[in-house]
Ligand binder design. Structure first.
Ligand code: AMP
Ligand code: GLY
Length: 427
């Protein structure tokens, strides 16, 4: 079949790399893609949220499956857009409906869903300009630290962890009355701080059954030892050493199963990936957030560890055969290290020529492109996060070492990366 992937990051390159290997994939298209996805299929110069152009392209190229990478098109209703048109309703859309995508698009929606379904998460309340003064009282009486979250999508920036009441009150005012995160922060979820260690769990679901994918841990801070500003993600590892059978069992029972059952009970149409952002405190799992898509850079370690044919897995969503699928995982550890532009996550410049990529064979590492584009004969930088370098090893240390050995061969001006991805698991 002909398949269209939507998005332009390392996640979408990982999807393209894997889907291209499927015997079920005939022609592959990526909109808009990057210089890496162009080596797996045909890039289409269409924005991920331009539904009309995506529809025309899907019809022109006889697309039968669309894999939606990022959250924006999902929250904006791409599923419903294709499913409500007679011309495109036959196309399988891998992703949730607009309503179910609110689990990521609105923190308040996600929290009330978890409350209704008795899913463990931090205690919370939601506030906007109508009950602003109640919010002030709530903050004043809340233990520290206190977590403030913009309700809507804020490109990963809408979460603030405040260590004093004064700071929390200022930020609350900025968010609600001065649109700190635009319209996304006109409503704010205030919740208690969860301590512990984070892990990302992923499933594929048809809204009734589900398959659990390999878990991962990502490293969000810019600096070594998890210091400095938050980023989209500087690297990831899979599997996660503390994710043992006992913990997995608890997560399935108290979080994953009630979530999928909740979709059924609340008649939410969900036919795609669910990303559970979890905090594990003393062996007990809590949901920090739901995302209605795969993670980036987690996908760059999760996808290479899946031995199944990805198109077969995704097709099982629509054929009702998901519960017959068994995920076969690569035993070796995968680690990815993101090469980023100097200055990121703050200001940075682009169009730097990237050299060395031709020296790398897939036996040593896979370079998943993110912010890259081709100009004339060069591949140049085109974003903050540029390339995720994924390698395998017998343990995390070896996998990270292999990724760093590959990075030695790659260069662009002001290239920056963390050399300590997975550091807390180095023994
Ligand atoms: P999010 O944008 O929801 O992914 O949150 C970004 C990050 O903030 C998470 O990955 C956590 O590290 C942190 N975080 C969010 N909510 C909490 C919480 N209630 N307690 C502790 N950390 C949190
Ligand atoms: N790596 C975190 C995310 O994709 O949201």
């Amino acid at each position: 079949m002909n398949i269209l992937i939507i998005g332009s990051g390392g996640r979408e390159h990982a999807f393209a790399w894997k889907i291209k290997q499927s015997k079920h994939c005939n022609e592959l298209f990526i909109a808009p893609g990057n210089a890496g996805t162009a080596t797996c299929g045909n890039n289409l110069d269409i924005k991920a949220t331009d539904f009309e152009s995506l529809k025309l392209a899907a019809l022109q190229h006889n697309i039968e499956m669309i894999v939606v990478g990022p959250e924006d098109p999902l929250v904006n209703g791409i599923y419903d857009y294709f499913k409500t048109s007679v011309e495109t309703q036959h196309i399988q859309i891998v992703g949730p409906s607009a309503e179910a995508a609110q689990l990521e698009g609105s923190k308040a929606y996600a929290k009330s869903f978890m409350q209704r379904q008795n899913i463990p998460t931090a205690a919370y309340k939601e506030f906007d300009s109508a009950n602003f003064n109640d919010g002030v009282d709530y903050i004043k009486n809340h233990s520290l630290p206190i977590v403030l979250k913009a309700d809507g999508l804020a490109a990963g920036k809408g979460v603030l962890i405040c260590n004093s009441h004064e700071e929390a009150l200022n930020e609350f005012e900025e968010m609600v009355h001065h649109a700190k995160f635009g319209i996304a922060s006109s409503k704010v979820v205030i919740e208690s701080f969860l301590k512990g260690i984070e892990v990302s769990v992923f499933v594929i679901t048809d809204g009734k059954s589900f398959c659990v994918l390999p878990e991962a841990k990502d490293y969000k801070r810019i600096g070594a030892g998890d210091t400095g500003l938050n980023t989209g993600g500087m690297g990831a590892v899979s599997p996660v050493p503390f994710f043992d059978e006992a913990l997995k069992g608890k997560i399935l029972k108290s979080i994953v199963e009630p979530t999928i059952l909740g979709f059924e009970k609340e008649k939410l149409v969900y036919k795609g990936f669910v990303f559970f952002g979890l905090m594990i405190d003393n062996g007990e799992p809590y949901v920090i957030e739901y995302n209605c898509r795969m993670g980036d850079p987690e996908t760059e370690v999760v996808i290479p560890r899946i031995k199944n044919d990805l198109v077969e897995l995704l097709s099982a969503i629509d054929s009702g055969k998901l519960n017959e699928m068994i995920i076969v995982q690569e035993e070796n550890v995968a680690a990815t290290t993101f090469l980023v532009s100097g200055g990121y996550p703050g200001d940075y410049t682009t169009e730097k020529v990237i050299s060395g990529l031709n020296l790398i064979s897939e036996n040593e590492s896979v370079c998943f492109h993110s912010g890259t584009k081709k100009t004339n004969e060069n591949i140049v930088t085109n974003g903050g996060r540029v390339i995720a370098v994924t390698a395998f090893g017998k343990d995390i240390k070896q996998a990270v070492r292999a990724s760093l050995a590959t990075i030695d061969k790659i260069h662009f001006d002001e290239m920056y990366f963390r050399s300590d991805i997975g550091f807390e698991f180095f023994s």
